[in-house]
Write a protein that binds this ligand. Structure first.
Ligand code: ZN
Length: 161
């Protein structure tokens, strides 16, 4: 069976940047399982997997446009520490949700000065070239229930206990 829209696909993957630094990997854990074609993966990776079968390995280079997008400097902002209830607990890398006119946005603290905190709403991988090493572990039809729920059931997926 080949990877196509609405198949459940399980992959092991390793993600590195252009310097070879490992950004993410499924090694040592469960394969990543997802329903293909409903936007659960970044477009560049999803596209490259179409037509592949269980046991196939491939390398996929994904540009930011088909990954997490380009960085947008408008999404960074300096905020006075006095705006935070818990200013003393904030560290670089702290993430939290803010409400914006466009909806909720996850931001990360990227800089701390004496009086201010810099928050960044860009995805941490925005503007980064992504290099995936992928092995396909599983391809099967999604059940009607999985399609209805929009997620995979069973190992590595959603468990409704
Ligand atoms: Zn479900």
């Amino acid at each position: 069976m080949e990877v196509a829209e609405k198949k459940v696909v399980g992959i092991h993957y390793k993600l590195t940047d252009d310097d070879g630094k490992v950004l993410d990997t499924s090694e040592g854990g469960q394969p990543l399982v997802f329903i293909h074609g409903i936007g659960m993966l970044i477009p560049g990776l999803e596209k490259a997997l179409v037509g592949k079968s269980k046991g196939d390995s491939l390398k996929v280079a994904v540009k930011p446009e088909e990954g997490y997008g380009q960085r947008d400097d408008n999404l960074t902002q300096m905020v006075d520490k006095s705006q935070f209830d818990n200013a003393e607990e904030i560290q670089i890398g702290t993430q939290f949700q803010v409400d914006t006119p466009q909806g909720a946005l996850i931001v990360m603290v990227t800089e701390i000065t004496d009086n201010q905190v810099k928050i960044d709403g860009n995805h941490p991988l925005a503007g980064v070239n992504l290099n995936f090493d992928v092995t396909i572990e599983e391809v099967r039809d999604a059940t009607a229930e999985e399609l209805e729920h929009g997620h995979v059931h069973g190992p590595g997926g959603h468990n409704h206990g």
